[in-house]
Design a protein around this ligand. Structure first.
Ligand code: PLP
Length: 398
């Protein structure tokens, strides 16, 4: 009754921008969530790579509660302690020297695009402004970030797009070489494409890209909104590839569910921003920063979290491989850590719905790629339960 009423009101009062599944989630703990009918679900979506420490992680929740009683918001006209401490922690654990805080992934990428342009104006003799991004990339839903996103379906209906973007195919160094010209200021990409279907680059691709950017004197920007915060088995995905970007954007997992985004940069790049260059009312507010600080401290201090991520990633992949053997409609399986994609040669939406009925949340991207994004604290037993559900759903389809 309550559920039906909520679903009716949702349709009546909320803009129709999502194809939502017909359940209303009211609480969560670890890798489990519960709906209005009291039904339990194993969550292999984690709010799309957001709740990397699981739902309502006690350290994050307590930090959030304490800060909510102390100070929720104060303008960036003044300093605030959680913002400073979070920035320090991010810098100490990354390639970067400076941080700017905002509220989402799109905003972080928007800021990165602005920083590239400002840097290019000041340090690349003023004639460079173009940014090369990748086909099948995803960078957000603002005007600049849908332009950066190399997917027509995201851009359609919103033209004219922002000038100054060019696209190259992912994992193809020659395509980037071809796209570079005298106007190029930066190459911007996800080290591993998430929404584009969990596309993993060859081992040497990012290294080649780094060298190319150095040779051309242009910036390398990594969008780690999805791959960051431990998701791939390291704090940031770039650490797998033995190179560093000039700018990196973060959001999703940064606050473990509390809205926060950030751009990180080396000093020589960050210098291009001066007072007045960029700002955000809510960016870096004490509440969000306290939650993110607690999340980041937990990830860093945990000790076995990355190990668990890699071990469970392998275990899950092995289980999925077994499923692949017996199914004609599974085309490919790929992933890093607990960012795992299973490409089908049929539509994935019905499978996702069947899984929901069986008490399992998984997601589907690019129509045919099932994506598995459990929290990094996931256990063997939970993976076994999930594989059993998936096995039964697949059996019905096969
Ligand atoms: C989700 C995502 C974004 C957009 O983040 P929002 O917080 O939804 O604006 C940008 N880049 C990547 C790689 C993402 O996965």
């Amino acid at each position: 009754m309550l559920t039906e009423e909520l679903l009716r009101d949702s349709k009546k009062y909320i803009m129709n921008t999502y194809n939502r599944f017909p359940i209303v989630i009211i609480k969560g703990r670890g890798a489990l969530v519960y709906d209005t009918d009291g039904k339990e679900y194993l969550d292999f979506v984690s709010g799309i790579a957001v709740c990397n420490l699981g739902h309502c992680h006690p350290k994050v929740t307590v930090a959030f509660q304490k800060q909510a009683q102390r100070l929720i918001h104060i303008s960036n006209l003044y300093h605030n302690e959680p913002q400073i401490k979070l920035a320090k922690l991010l810098v100490e654990n990354s390639f970067a020297d400076k941080v700017f805080f905002c509220n989402s992934g799109a905003e972080a990428n928007e800021a990165a695009i602005k920083l590239v342009r400002k840097y290019a104006k000041e340090k690349l003799n003023g004639s460079r402004y173009e940014i090369i991004t990748m086909e099948k990339s995803f960078h957000g839903r603002t005007m600049a970030t849908i332009t950066a996103t190399g997917q027509e379906k995201v851009q359609k209906g919103f033209e004219p797009l922002l000038p100054g973007f060019k696209y190259a195919s992912f994992n193809n160094i020659d395509a980037v070489k071809k796209a570079i010209n005298k106007k190029t200021a930066a190459v911007m990409l996800e080290p591993i494409q998430g929404e584009g279907g969990v596309n993993i680059p060859d081992n040497d691709y990012l290294k080649k890209l780094r060298r190319l950017c150095n040779d051309e004197g242009i910036l390398l920007v990594f969008d780690e909104v999805q791959t960051g915060m431990g998701r791939t088995g390291k704090l940031f995905a770039y650490e797998h590839y033995g190179i560093e970007p000039d700018i990196m954007t973060l959001a999703k997992g940064l606050g473990n569910g509390v809205a926060i985004g950030a751009i990180l940069a080396k000093d020589n790049v960050a210098e291009a921003f001066a007072p007045g260059s960029h700002a955000s009312t809510f960016g870096g507010n004490p509440l969000a920063c306290s939650a993110a600080k607690a999340a980041l401290e937990t990830i860093i201090e945990d000790g076995i979290l990355f190990e668990n991520c890699i071990r469970m990633g392998d275990y899950l992949t092995k289980g999925l491989k077994e499923l692949k053997k017996g199914s004609s409609f599974i085309k490919d399986l790929r992933g890093k850590g607990l960012l795992i994609g299973m490409e089908l040669n049929i539509d994935g939406k019905d499978i996702v719905m069947e899984c929901i009925k069986e008490g399992l949340l998984i997601s589907c991207t690019m129509d045919r790629i099932l994506r598995f994004l459990p929290p990094l604290i996931i256990t063997k037993e939970e993976i076994d339960s999930m594989l059993e559900i998936l096995y039964n759903v697949f059996k019905r389809i096969r």
